[in-house]
Design a protein around this ligand. Structure first.
Ligand SMILES: *Cc1c(COP(=O)(O)O)cnc(C)c1O
Length: 797
């Protein structure tokens, strides 16, 4: 028997074994669900050895460990990721098909783990995969939300939210660690006795660990994602139970579990909620204790912590980790206060993700002090020392009755990074200008990236195969090798194969949309896709206005040679963000009218796919021709969706914002559709009186489109439905939709013209693929390892 034959048989047996003995199912009666679990167990077995070896190797080398603290990990499905990274795809598929099952159906049976809102959480997930691929010893720390991000559907065009129940099914990937628990205190008093400060909290919860292995490319290394779940210290009150009060008997447990019950459905606006701060402290404090516990297994001198530990705070949500570490080092371990602060600063780093003022976290000092009285004192003391050392400082962590988490994170960090060149530059001149003047070396840039394993190799197997056929293996872990594709764009035969890959991906999407939505898309049209959280700064309303204007133009000039277009939207709005929800409803209303119009049939279609998540992104991105990255310049920190699209051969229409700037530089301005005001121009435009009214009055297309909304064309019988949007567009228009409309329209017509030349388009798309290798999150993580963490790989490179 050939070697791969043996492996195949082994794997088949492993699945059958798990089906029978782990799941207790008779193969004759097993459903897709059972087979999927059995397959997952068989895959998991092959991760565990690697996982343990990696952990042992880290202890042996006494290597510096990286701790990535993030409130969100938008990991999506893991089965395929793991199979691909372990290079089991062929044998697993053969085994599953051998049992008479459909391979994709089995993979898609897994729930999508949506433990995040959007880009920030997805970045954390890509980073975990790259850390494992690069063999950097690392742990991800977060919260094991019972309910991830809500499930979105549409009811009469409006967003409807239902709880996500991903843990209703067994989660094969996680290992519960009942022995790894920490008791965390909240509230209470701070007392001073014998010159020692003592925090005496008045209530307690426990954090219990659940570990998920994260395996890197080719299974060479595996790290741990450790998520904390809330548990009561005394889960059950027998006295109350015996007294007949059954509900009260379990009350403590119910309250403790609330902490890890739901993911806050906000992505850039913070609600000053007590539970949110509780969640932040809960996971940060549990992680800090775990980090110290692990350090002390092999070390006794806590002053060496910065040599062995690098902590990365993904945004300010884990910012209380820093005063917590100071508190433990000083109050509990007796190190001098200043030394405790220095040690903490040697370990902690902070990634900033937004410049939007409403999204910079700050807490009312009353609430903060009530929940974390000792931490408030520690923050005050550090901030005071800081203010004395730098009397000209204006921005401090405390003041106006607030605790400002961005400032706190900055002053507690060794390095602070932005996530694209433009964003980092703006950080230095806006939010952190004051700090940057005092500590000019602290801010560094690490432009975001995405893992090519998931976002090219797995989600786009046809393109992956073409790339491998063309330049050989190896590019998956060395993405800049995609540059070797560039010469092939001059080869007509190759370019034709490239174009056929996109056409086949589009045909797949058409089939799926027909099945799921009952809508027939024109596969020959340009697929124009905007998928991301709904936010005014991301400007989905600019896109839908253009759709309205285009529809009107097509109706006015029916015999013109229009490039057929399918406009696809996807994205969720925060439940309390009413303007964003109006945008969703408007898009759905416009879609209903346009799609029903015989006059533009086959030329223009608008589709809003519900419940955007990682799985939907994996389905849409390989089929996109055009990527909409149209945020108001200066507002999108980086974007990572933009990178996924370019890597999969979609051309970008975009502003000079976030990483769009770097994408355009790399793929070449001739392969990118640029429009709009720059960040500086946008700032200046806002100061022009009546800028929106002028823009509307000066552009007949824009005014006709707005007029149609105002007149009720898309809300028959209820012309006021979008009065809020209309007023915003014509008056304040902070996000400059009206000001950018005319140039957006121009760029879109350039897109139409370019798409009419299919060969030219394919060439541009292929160059986007060939020149996007730099956007691998492997490159980003190497940057963090070098510039921020001073951490090393334990794999032979
Ligand atoms: C990549 C990704 C994002 C981030 O998209 P942006 O366009 O950068 O905002 C959000 N959600 C999901 C599911 C993603 O895969």
């Amino acid at each position: 028997m050939a070697r791969d034959e043996v492996a195949k048989t082994d794997f088949r047996d492993a699945i059958l074994w798990h089906l029978t003995y782990t799941l207790g199912k008779d193969p004759d009666h097993a459903q897709v669900f059972d087979w999927r679990l059995a397959l997952s167990h068989a895959v998991r077995d092959r991760i565990v050895d690697r996982w343990m070896t990696s952990t042992r190797e880290t202890y042996r080398a006494d290597a510096k460990r990286v701790y990535y603290l993030s409130m969100e990990f938008l990991i999506g499905r893991l089965l395929e990721d793991n199979i691909v990274n372990l290079q089991l795809a062929d044998q697993a598929q053969a085994a599953i098909e051998g049992f008479g099952l459909n391979w994709r159906e089995v993979l898609l049976d897994e729930p999508d783990a949506a433990l995040g809102n959007g880009g920030l959480g997805r970045l954390a997930a890509c980073f975990m995969e790259s850390l494992a691929t690069l063999g950097c010893p690392a742990y991800g720390y977060g919260i094991r939300y019972e309910h991830g991000l809500f499930r979105q559907s549409f009811v009469e065009g409006r967003q409807h939210e239902a709880p996500e129940d991903w843990l209703r099914q067994p989660n094969v990937w996680e290992f519960e660690r009942p022995e790894a628990r920490f008791t965390l205190g909240f509230g209470g008093q701070v007392t001073v006795r014998d010159c020692k400060t003592l925090w005496q909290p008045d209530h307690f919860v426990q954090a219990e660990a659940f570990d998920t292995p994260v395996v890197g490319w080719q299974g060479r290394w595996a790290n741990t994602l450790r998520l904390w779940a809330g548990r009561a210290v005394d889960p059950f009150d027998l006295d109350r139970f015996n007294a007949g009060d059954f509900a009260a008997a379990a009350e403590a447990e119910a309250l403790a579990r609330t902490i890890s019950r739901v993911l806050y459905p906000e992505d850039s606006t913070e609600k000053g909620k007590r539970l949110r701060l509780t969640q932040e402290y809960f996971f940060s404090a549990a992680s800090i204790r775990d980090i110290i516990r692990r350090f002390e297994q092999d070390h006794t001198d806590l002053r060496l912590l910065p040599q062995r530990v690098a902590i990365q705070m993904n945004d300010t949500h884990p910012a209380v980790a820093a005063p917590e570490l100071v508190r433990i080092l000083h109050d509990e371990r007796g190190l001098p206060f200043d030394e405790a602060v220095e040690i903490t600063r040697g370990c902690v780093n902070y990634t900033n993700h937004t410049l939007l003022p409403e999204a910079l976290e700050s807490w009312d000092e009353g609430l903060f002090g009530d929940l974390l009285p000792r931490h408030l004192q520690i923050i005050d003391r550090i901030d005071d020392q800081d203010a004395r050392a730098h009397p000209d400082r204006r921005n401090t962590a405390r003041g106006d009755g607030k605790v400002r988490m961005g400032e706190l994170s900055f002053i507690m960090s060794h390095r602070v990074n932005g996530v694209s060149a433009l964003h980092t530059g703006l950080m230095k001149t806006t939010v952190f200008a004051d700090q940057n003047r005092i500590w000019p070396d602290r801010i560094v840039n690490e432009t975001n990236g995405v893992t090519p394993r998931r976002w090219l190799h797995s989600c786009n197997p046809r393109l992956s195969r073409l790339i491998t056929d063309t330049i050989g293996e190896g590019w998956t872990a060395d993405l800049e090798r995609l540059a070797e594709l560039a010469p092939f764009v001059e080869d007509a035969g190759w370019l034709d194969r490239f174009a056929r890959v996109k056409a086949a991906n589009k045909a797949d999407l058409c089939d799926w949309v027909a099945r799921e939505q009952g809508v027939m898309l024109n596969p020959d049209a340009l697929f124009d896709v905007q998928i991301k959280r709904i936010h005014e700064y991301k400007r989905q309303h600019l896109n839908i206005l253009e759709a309205i204007a285009l529809w009107q133009e097509m109706r006015a000039h029916p015999s013109d040679d229009w490039t057929p277009r399918v406009k696809i939207f996807g994205g969720k709005a925060a439940p309390g963000y009413f303007f964003a929800k109006d945008i969703i409803r408007l898009i759905n209303d416009v879609a209903a009218v346009i799609n029903a119009d015989a006059a533009t049939n086959g030329k223009l279609q608008v589709l809003y796919l519900p419940n955007y998540n990682v799985t939907l992104a994996e389905r849409l991105i390989p089929a996109a021709d055009l990527s909409e990255q149209i945020s108001t310049a200066g507002k999108e920190a980086s974007g990572t969706g933009n990178m996924k699209f370019a890597l999969n051969g979609a051309l970008t229409i975009g502003t000079l914002d976030g990483a769009n700037v770097e994408i355009r530089d790399l793929v070449g301005p001739e392969n990118f559709f640029l429009f709009g005001l720059t960040a500086d121009e946008a700032e200046a435009r806002r100061t022009v009186p009546d800028h929106a009214a002028h823009a509307v009055a000066g552009d007949p297309r824009l005014s006709r489109a707005i007029e149609a909304i105002r007149g009720g064309t898309f809300s028959p019988g209820e012309p006021d439905r979008y009065a809020g949007i209309v007023a915003n567009l014509t008056q304040a228009d902070y996000f400059l939709v009206a000001s950018d409309f005319a140039d957006y329209w121009r760029a879109q017509r350039e897109v139409d013209f370019a798409y009419a030349d299919r060969k030219g388009w394919a060439r541009m798309a292929a160059l986007n693929v060939a020149r996007s290798g730099w956007f691998s999150s492997d490159r980003t993580i190497r940057g963090y390892m070098r510039d921020i963490w001073e951490a090393e790989s334990l794999l032979d490179q």
